[in-house]
Design a binder for this molecule. Structure first.
Ligand SMILES: [Zn+2]
Length: 75
């Protein structure tokens, strides 16, 4: 039986549609959160959408790479 592949609505990567993929139809938690707009409150930073020249600022250090807010998917 072939795997069912879906295209992530956020990043357009192909990902597996499977019960093990709890983030479907997204490929990852990040893409799911992006789509949900959960990072609109600046809790989430997505570096890929910003230019590298903006990365020199150290003022944002406190917001980056800290422990993520605990988001516990239902089992
Ligand atoms: Zn994705």
């Amino acid at each position: 039986m072939p795997d069912t592949k879906i295209k992530c609505p956020t990043c357009e990567q192909m990902s597996l549609w499977d019960s093990r993929n709890k983030f479907r139809p997204f490929c990852s938690e990040r893409c799911k959160l992006i789509d949900l707009g959960a990072w609109a409150n600046e809790e989430y930073t997505i570096p890929e959408s910003t230019s590298a020249s903006d990365f020199s600022s150290s003022e944002n250090e406190d917001q980056i790479d800290r422990d993520r807010p605990s988001i516990s998917p239902m089992h």
